[in-house]
Write a protein that binds this ligand. Structure first.
Ligand code: NAG
Length: 373
């Protein structure tokens, strides 16, 4: 934990230097129009007109680093042996020093046989919730690790098709059913005029196991975060969404999760208005913001021939991208205008298909909390 303390100190120094009394004075208007999430989407970036009042030294000097290039190297590093070797060794070392693996990294070797994984951690256990003793036991006996390395068959098949079809969106879209599930009101959203999701309805995968696996990822991040030195709660101010993408060049399936989405307004530490969805937030703006970007990558199939073989080149991975100032993630991957909130843009990783939302409705089965918007 010693390293973590250093991170925190650096964080607060930066905050003290960069916050400016001007910034929040948007006359009670949020930085964005109501219902959008400025922390996240490239399309919802802070309008250039307000950038002028940002006091960032670095904001004035355009970066010549292409974040998409860094992201591609990062994905390669967690990819096949061949891909990992293609990354410049210095860059690889810098990147690795900022990665906090929630499940141990497996350095892949060519030729994993596809296995028909029958998970002991099945639907029944998920229904009992992730706080259950059974789930905790699963963490201890490493079946959670196995579920990340080698997900259930439905996930493996989707991951394989995505690569086989060269990152074609329709592979993912065809896996959805045609039902439009109305987005529920969670934690007084309606009362606060907050629209969390991009649309007022969500879709789901036809295959129940895929929905369940999405929920499993959220719940696993929340459970394993303390091992990386922070806490993540599954509520609408903290972790409720990720962005599903097909990685540039390979079509590898992945999700970039954003935790700590709406930190509470605080005159001293976080003097920013983020719109209606921030109202009522109790998420503290502190050094754990450095850890809010979490990357899941599905296993990488061997598609070196036109048709994919049954072999796999890399297992799945779940990793926190540590954006502490000074590190390469912060310097080269965090969006230039959103450094205070440490946002990494999902479209730097690839083609974004949709957002995966986990809306924590009480007494609802995990897979029913998933809304793909
Ligand atoms: C996480 O939450 C636990 C329980 O509330 C608390 O004891 C711990 O200090 C928290 N950890 C961090 C890093 O905030």
């Amino acid at each position: 934990m010693a390293g973590f303390k250093v991170t925190c100190r650096a964080f607060f120094m930066l905050s003290a230097l960069h916050f400016h009394p001007f910034f929040p004075s948007t006359e009670g208007r949020s930085l964005v129009s109501h219902g959008t999430r400025f922390l996240l989407r490239r399309t919802h970036r802070v309008p250039l007109s307000i950038v002028g009042i940002s006091t960032k030294a670095s904001a004035a000097t355009a970066k010549d680093v292409d974040p998409a290039k860094i992201a591609a190297n990062l994905v390669a590093l967690i990819g096949s042996e061949e891909e990992a070797r293609s990354v410049d060794p210095d860059l690889a070392e810098e990147l690795l020093s900022c990665l906090r693996f929630l499940v141990p990294r497996v350095v892949s070797r060519r030729g994993f046989e596809s296995r028909d994984v029958k998970i002991s951690y099945g639907i029944e256990e998920t229904r009992q919730g992730f706080e259950s003793p059974k789930w905790m036991a699963a963490v201890q006996d490493e079946s959670v690790n196995n579920l990340i390395w080698w997900p259930p068959t439905s996930v493996m098949e989707l991951a394989r098709s995505a690569v086989e079809w060269g990152g074609d969106h329709s592979v993912i879209e065809r896996a959805l059913n045609s039902i439009h599930y109305p987005v529920p009101d969670i934690e007084h959203c309606i009362e606060h005029k907050c629209q969390l999701t991009r649309t007022t309805f969500g879709r789901r995968f036809v295959n129940e196991e895929l929905n369940l696996y999405m929920a499993f990822l959220f719940e696993t991040i929340s459970s394993l975060a303390p091992s990386a030195g922070f806490n993540v709660s599954l509520n609408r101010y903290d972790l409720f969404h990720g962005h599903l993408f097909l990685a540039t060049n390979t079509g590898r399936l992945g999700i970039l999760f954003h935790a700590k989405e709406y930190p509470a307004y605080n005159k001293e530490t976080f003097p920013f208005h983020l719109g209606y969805c921030q109202t009522g937030s109790f998420v503290a703006y502190d050094c754990s913001m450095n850890l809010r970007n979490i990357l899941w990558l599905a296993p990488l199939p061997d598609c070196s021939n036109r048709k994919c073989s049954s072999q796999w080149l890399a297992p799945g991975a779940l990793v926190v991208l540590d954006a502490q100032p000074g590190g390469i993630i912060f310097e080269d991957l965090v969006g230039q205008w959103v450094q205070d909130v440490r946002t990494i843009y999902e479209d730097d990783f690839g083609d974004v298909i949709f957002d995966v939302n986990y809306l924590n409705v009480a007494n609802s089965a995990s897979e029913n909390k998933i809304f793909l918007c």
